[in-house]
Write a protein that binds this ligand. Structure first.
Ligand SMILES: Nc1ncnc2c1ncn2[C@@H]1O[C@H](COP(=O)(O)OP(=O)(O)OP(=O)(O)O)[C@@H](O)[C@H]1O
Length: 240
């Protein structure tokens, strides 16, 4: 399955990657435009996290290419991909638990290309729960606050494209709703987002398009409204 080349945003073309000798994803092609949220859906072990790691450069590509705003990044290390505007929030969040909320934000700071850079003040407006916790150690935060902090820290790098790996996992429904509001705000500000998820309620609220991966291969691509109407596809690949 191929997608048209997007001049702006993220273009993933026919990528394959894996662990040891084994391939975990094969021939994946996807595009994410600025201001668009694309949900990458699929069951446990389908290859969602592997796709994000391969895009970010944490796994070597066996074939295919990745480009951001028309610049090929597949031959660049992780930090250089971040410099092209790709931000990654891994499933395990990787916040610095021994640092305070404010220190975590500072650790994520990277200069913006334009003038509209994220600051801790702007982030505390977007994530109101983090403001009163700014001097607390990240280890003392709830799971939901830690997820918000992981996202806020990545935003301090002023990305134009976000890779989010199961951000709603393990969070209470009220926190998932708050997260959906944040994602909608980011989308309105023009960020593109590639969102790996198993939570179809959350993705239905925020995503424009859906791609479904199974056993390492893309099996479906369409708008969220098309997917909502396609009972057969949802039953077959998503068990909902
Ligand atoms: N570090 C690793 N070493 C070897 N195999 C791995 C490793 N990480 C993942 N895999 C395998 O690669 C395949 C894809 O896993 P991946 O984590 O990308 O799936 P996923 O769709 O993100 O699922 P989950 O929701 O469970 O994270 C699975 O078969 C998994 O067992």
């Amino acid at each position: 399955m191929t997608s048209p080349q997007a001049a702006n945003g993220l273009t993933i073309e026919n990528i394959s990657a894996g662990y040891g000798q084994a391939l975990a994803i094969r021939d994946i092609s996807l595009t994410v435009a600025p201001g668009q949220v694309v949900a990458l859906l699929g069951r446990n072990g389908a290859g969602k996290s592997t796709t994000l790691k391969a895009v970010m450069g944490m796994l070597h590509l066996r074939s295919g290419s990745v480009s951001m705003d028309g610049v090929t990044v597949s031959n660049r290390p992780v930090h250089a991909r971040a410099r092209t505007g790709i931000g990654y929030v891994p499933e395990d969040r990787r916040i610095f638990t021994g640092l305070t909320v404010s220190e975590n934000l500072e650790a994520g700071r990277r200069p913006a290309d334009g003038t509209d850079a994220w600051t801790p003040k702007k982030l505390f407006d977007l994530f109101p729960n983090l403001a009163p916790a700014r001097d607390r150690h990240a280890a003392q935060l709830s799971g939901g606050e830690q997820q918000m902090l992981a996202l806020a820290r990545t935003l301090m790098g002023n990305p134009r494209m976000l890779l989010l790996d199961e951000p709603s996992e393990g969070l209470a429904p009220v926190i998932v709703d708050a997260l959906a509001q944040v994602v909608k705000t980011l989308k309105q500000e023009g960020l593109g987002i590639l969102l790996c998820e198993q939570n179809t309620v959350f993705t239905a609220k925020v995503a424009d398009r859906a791609a479904i991966i199974e056993s390492g291969s893309l099996q479906y691509e369409g708008s969220m409204s098309e997917l909502a109407l396609d009972d057969a596809v949802r039953k077959r690949y998503l068990a909902v």
